[in-house]
Design a binder for this molecule. Structure first.
Ligand SMILES: [Ca+2]
Ligand SMILES: [Ca+2]
Ligand SMILES: [Ca+2]
Length: 172
């Protein structure tokens, strides 16, 4: 087994307030905020925290244990690299044109209308912060993968039952 990272262990223990076997979404949000991975002095997005917890809760016990916690940060560091690479003007935020570029690089070819919807949803004054960006990318992947599952011949059209649609929309 790989050696445990003492910095990660200290952070994990410090936010696991009730000292049980895992972190709740609230405890995770505190951990993500204290890590300052977002690069800004404000709470890490609650929605992105929730999305990270849902997608990386590998043993499905609704808590984030230490291994899952480390995986959350590995995943975030990966996103951080993508974010920094595409933040061309080094503003620390993603603007419309930068987001457009990043989504193309990630394989999404969206219409201007779809880009507009995403920007309205995730930006503040046309700027998307790192935590919003992560939430946006994970949600987009979830919805796209889910849609493609039903789009059997990959022509951009899918037939799905109302309940399948609801499951897709609400399972993240
Ligand atoms: Ca806990
Ligand atoms: Ca878990
Ligand atoms: Ca920027």
């Amino acid at each position: 087994m790989a050696m445990e990272d003492p910095i990660m262990r200290r952070l994990y223990d410090s936010v696991n307030w009730d000292q049980d076997n895992g972190l709740s979404v609230e405890e995770m949000q505190r951990g993500l905020t204290e890590s300052q991975i977002s690069g800004i002095y404000q709470p890490f997005s609650q929605e992105t925290t929730r999305i990270l917890c849902v997608t990386l809760d590998r043993n499905r016990d609704s808590k984030i244990n230490f291994e899952e916690f480390c995986e959350v940060f590995r995943s975030l560091n990966g996103w951080k690299n993508v974010f920094v690479q595409h933040d061309r003007d080094r503003s620390g935020t993603m603007e419309g044109a930068e987001l457009h570029r990043v989504l193309i690089d990630l394989g999404y070819h969206l219409s201007p209308q779809a880009m507009g919807i995403i920007l309205r949803r995730y930006s503040n004054n046309n700027k998307i912060s790192f935590d919003g960006f992560v939430g946006c990318c994970i949600s987009l992947k979830h919805l796209t993968d889910g849609f493609r599952f039903y789009d059997k011949n990959s022509d951009g059209n899918a037939t799905l039952h109302y309940y399948q649609y609801l499951h897709l929309a609400f399972s993240l």
